[in-house]
Design a binder for this molecule. Structure first.
Ligand code: PEP
Ligand code: MN
Length: 283
């Protein structure tokens, strides 16, 4: 279980991280943070340092972006996850973020992993786009070896011969990790799909596979997003997604149900009783 502020990732509650690909403006970030919080997200995502495939693309606001994220946490209470791209930036990003994201392109950057691990912040380790499951676990081991047990793995799709989607969502990796590792694993249906209309289906598949949470890109106006607009959900689409995973979450068992009922103000007795009640509620 990875503690983050008042949350535990891998502790039974399915944790949703949501927010824009990149932090763009104060308005964009605050509107998104307020919306995703109301819809049930517990953690706000947003890139301040962006690893872009093209050097001509927006590279992120850096420190200004981190400050906007910290402001959003102050206003909403949401924890913050944001990417750190270089060893030198670790102290700065760790000052502002609750979780340090290691991006797909950096999964095997061991110097970065070591520095990030030593910051003491929980690490969201995204699977490299050409990394095997064993490669990902080796990278996690580097973080562990540097004194940091708080690692959240993330399946975000891999490159295969298939080109119809941005990446191939390796959902079996989620099921396998649940068997072979004690670490929590979340899904990133946004980067796996690359297209917003496929994100909800991939999210539901991830829930069914046993993911401990998900990280989803949401934007007030995806058409005008500065990065990854084609895969970002607008607010209504995010609401629909959150609703559509509920019955699947209820099927997963008591712990999830208990928390959900507690949030709705329903008094709960034993975990099991709560689970059964939630199952009854969804028929
Ligand atoms: C992101 O989360 O915006 C991102 C760049 O992800 P990845 O490293 O998985 O491509
Ligand atoms: Mn993105």
């Amino acid at each position: 279980m990875v503690p983050v502020l008042d949350l535990e990732i891998g502790g039974g509650e399915f944790v949703t991280m949501a927010g824009p690909c990149s932090v763009e403006t104060e308005f964009q970030l605050m509107a998104t943070a307020n919306h995703v919080r109301r819809a049930g997200a517990r953690i706000l995502r947003g890139g301040a340092f962006k690893p872009r495939s093209s050097p001509y693309s927006f590279q992120g606001h850096g420190l200004e972006g981190l400050k906007m994220l910290a402001h959003a946490r102050q206003e909403t209470g949401l924890a913050i996850v944001t990417e750190v791209m270089s060893e030198e930036d670790v102290p700065l990003v760790a000052e502002y973020a609750d979780i340090l994201q290691i991006g797909s392109r950096n999964m095997e950057n061991y110097a970065l992993l070591e520095a990030a691990a030593r910051s003491g912040r929980p690490i969201l380790l995204k699977r490299g786009m050409v990394a095997t499951i064993a490669d990902m676990l080796c990278s996690a081991q580097v973080v562990l070896d540097n004194g940091n047990p708080n690692i959240i793995l993330c399946e975000r799709g891999i490159r295969t011969f298939e080109t119809a989607l941005r990446n191939t969502f390796d959902v079996a990796a989620i099921a396998l990790i649940k068997q072979v590792s004690h670490l929590p694993i979340i899904a990133d249906p946004s980067h796996a799909a690359g297209a917003s209309d496929l994100v909800p289906a991939l999210a539901r598949i991830a829930v069914a596979a046993g993911a401990d949470g998900m990280i989803v890109e949401v934007h007030p106006n995806p058409e005008n997003a500065w990065s990854d607009g084609e895969q970002s959900l607008d607010f209504a689409e995010f609401d629909e997604l959150m609703e559509s995973i509920e019955p699947l979450l209820a099927l997963r068992g008591p712990a999830q149900c208990e928390r959900k009922l507690a949030r709705r103000g329903v008094a709960v007795g034993s975990r099991q009783a709560a689970g059964f009640r939630a199952l009854e509620a969804v028929g």
